[in-house]
Write a protein that binds this ligand. Sequence first.
Ligand code: OAD
Length: 230
Amino acid sequence: MKFSDFSRILFFTGAGLSAESGIPTYRGRGGVWKEYDWEEYACQRAFDADPEKVWDFHDERRRRIAAASPNDGHRVIAGVRRRLRSTSVVTQNVDGLHQRAGSEGVIELHGSLWRVQCPRERTVEENLETPIRSRRCGRCGGWLRPDIVWFGDMLDPAVVDAARAAIAACDLFVAVGTSGEVHPAAELPLAARAAGATLVEVNVEETRMTPLYDRVFRGPASRVLAAMLG
Ligand code: OAD
């Protein structure tokens, strides 16, 4: 199977794509949620109880990601998109590595660690500092928070609509490095199925969504994606 057999490709990516950049996935061995209890670090309740502790955790993630580089998997995707402008990237990743590899127009379902929100003023700003210089809003003095989707948060409906519109138009849906455990993102392959696309899973292991896919490629994302260049 080659990318050149298709004209509207959609990459749906998860933490496994960034694993080869040295960034831990969330589930499985060495996963973030094995080491850290999300109820203490990744929900609004935890933030309300102890914002400094939650910020320390996210600052450390930002530091680690800033020190990492995109890998060949990110680069293959960026290259496909450069050659075929109808290509879309919908990611659950908050690390910004797609963009650093050169992908434009990335639809970030779970937000970005490189933006901060002021919930009081309802503003969002880019912030690339590691560590962040001020955890408080420069205007109102309230706590800033990372502009990512924590457990229990709603996804931004406009972002979900953009993802669904892109999926409805694709003829090849390539899920890369995602466990399919987190909803509503995990339902997006069903939308691709409904749209009549060919569904491909790229993962080092079986997932609960595997039976849904037409083709399954087992192996690290960088190698499998490079092979699909033909
Ligand atoms: P997970 O950690 O749940 O799953 C990562 C997947 O990547 C697993 O299925 C692994 O088998 C696979 N994998 C690992 N290394 C790989 C490699 N080199 N090549 C290909 N596949 C590999 O990550 P996600 O599915 O992205 O939410 O998790 C979804 C969401 O759960 C995340 O966006 C995050 C988390 O809570 C937020 O941050 C809001």
